[in-house]
Design a binder for this molecule. Structure first.
Ligand code: GDP
Length: 365
């Protein structure tokens, strides 16, 4: 369908035409039965499991909310959606800014949807978005083709809280998306720091996008990327850059041999491609499917998911303990003094921490 602005039939019907226009918003969409009243937990669950993306979006908003009432509903919805989740391939996609993540995700997404059908959700983990007041990762405007695809759901990174909090919300959103029938999940993350580790802890396949000639080969080894990657892909393998990309691929492949065989039994591969020109995309996706078949066969797929679930249980405990502690009014009022005493050397950090913790746990009794 042509965009209205490019469609001759719509010419002259622009807002500047001076003619008052009737509303073109479908009244059923605008005031559906769910829009009139507050949704209950079963409304959410029913809507999500029927694949209603409007309700899915609203549920994700609850998951991201810091309001305790919203959180309580969100947790119930997640729990009820859990039995319908799990049936997907979750792929983490990481790369430094400018590596070509959004260009590539647009191409990967369109490729998998047209080759395999199904539904694709693109989520993100970007703890920096709290500082920048607006997430770059998972931004719809950066994925032009996918953002208008009827079978895609794109959600930028939740912006509130610590990395742990942001990552938890993304993980919970995966559950809701799967319950809504999304069988392919991409989790985009920026290739710096801890967010990669968080992303790795919630996906089946971790794909690292690298560029040639940036010294990233060594950086990758330093940052522990080689241990995490199930596949390394060198982007921008086009024009004058082709030879450099192939050289980088050889260096990565050689570096991978320095590491012990991963627990999965899968030796990570290195491929070159061009996201911009859509070259080598099929090979990347074939590799991911081959990996999934391989680890489903040897049992590692389920093992990895079980280990991840265990990891997230501990992460949840840690986060709730931390939040409970820092959100406690008494503790908040004692913290500045404790900090001051540590800074001026009247108390050691250990003693100050212990006193605060003792106070907190005494309050709970
Ligand atoms: P992100 O920050 O990792 O999401 O990177 P973007 O997808 O925004 O890409 C950064 C820049 O690299 C943009 O100017 C893209 O047009 C360009 N780019 C992305 N993929 C390719 C590619 O395959 N080849 C070339 N030559 N440029 C690319």
């Amino acid at each position: 369908m042509k965009h209205p602005e490019n469609n001759d039939e719509y010419k002259g019907l622009t807002v500047n035409s001076g003619v008052e226009q009737p509303s073109i918003v479908n009244p059923y969409l605008q005031r559906g039965r769910f829009a009139r009243r507050k949704l209950t937990v079963s409304d959410y669950v029913e809507g999500i499991t029927r694949g209603n993306v409007t309700i899915l979006g609203q549920a994700v908003t609850l998951v991201e909310s810091t309001n305790p009432q919203h959180q309580a509903i969100a947790q119930e919805v997640i729990e009820k959606c859990l039995p319908f989740s799990g049936n997907s391939v979750r792929v983490g996609i990481s790369g430094v800014p400018g590596a070509g993540k959004s260009t590539s995700i647009d191409e990967f997404g369109i490729h998998v949807l047209s080759e395999y059908g199904g539904k694709l959700a693109v989520l993100a983990i970007d703890p920096s978005s709290e500082k920048t007041k607006g997430s770059i990762l998972g931004d719809k405007t950066r994925m032009e083709k996918l953002s208008i695809h009827p079978d895609s759901f794109i959600r930028p990174s939740p912006s509130a809280g610590s990395l742990g909090g942001v990552a938890r919300k993304t993980r919970e959103t995966i559950i809701l998306c799967e319950a809504a029938g999304f069988d392919k999940i991409f989790v985009e993350t920026v290739g710096v720091g801890q967010s990669e580790t968080a992303c790795h802890s919630m996906v089946d396949f971790f794909l690292v996008i690298q560029l040639a000639g940036t010294g990233d080969e060594l950086q990758g080894i330093k940052r522990g990327i080689m241990e995490m990657a199930d596949g390394i892909v060198i982007n921008k393998c086009d024009g004058d850059n082709v030879d450099a990309c192939h050289l980088a691929a050889t260096q990565f492949q050689n570096a991978l041999h320095l590491f012990p065989m991963p627990e999965s039994g899968w030796l990570p591969r290195v491929l070159c491609y061009s996201g911009f020109f859509g070259l080598g995309i099929k090979e990347i996706w074939d590799m991911i499917f081959e990996y999934v078949a391989f680890v489903k066969e040897n049992g590692y797929f389920d093992h990895r998911r079980a280990e991840q679930a265990k990891f997230w249980m501990y992460e949840s405990i840690n986060e709730q303990l931390r939040n409970g502690f820092y959100n406690n009014d008494t503790i908040s009022s004692l913290l500045p003094k404790a900090e001051e005493s540590v800074l001026n050397g009247t108390r050691t950090s250990f003693v100050a921490a212990k006193q605060l913790l003792d106070t907190y746990f005494a309050l709970l009794k």
